[in-house]
Ligand binder design. Structure first.
Ligand code: SF4
Length: 62
């Protein structure tokens, strides 16, 4: 699976990067991007990021 961040919704709070830095990085515009696939080892952290995003900007797809 892979996480995607809606660039129009993201407010750049950095929470997802704090929860799972291996997947979420902030880009030059200060918005988060998913830079790696969701794996068995980081799935719980990705879910923490998805559930904790204050603007529900993150979704996960197969
Ligand atoms: S938690 Fe949500 S709003 Fe905050 S940086 Fe990540 S995607 Fe953007």
């Amino acid at each position: 699976m892979r996480a995607f961040v809606d660039q129009d919704l993201c407010i750049g709070c950095g929470m997802c990067n704090a929860a799972c830095p291996e997947v979420f990085e902030l880009n030059d515009e200060g918005k988060a991007e998913a830079v790696a696939d969701t794996t068995d080892s980081n799935h719980d952290d990705v879910m923490t990021a998805i559930e904790g995003c204050p603007v529900s900007a993150i979704r996960e797809e197969e």
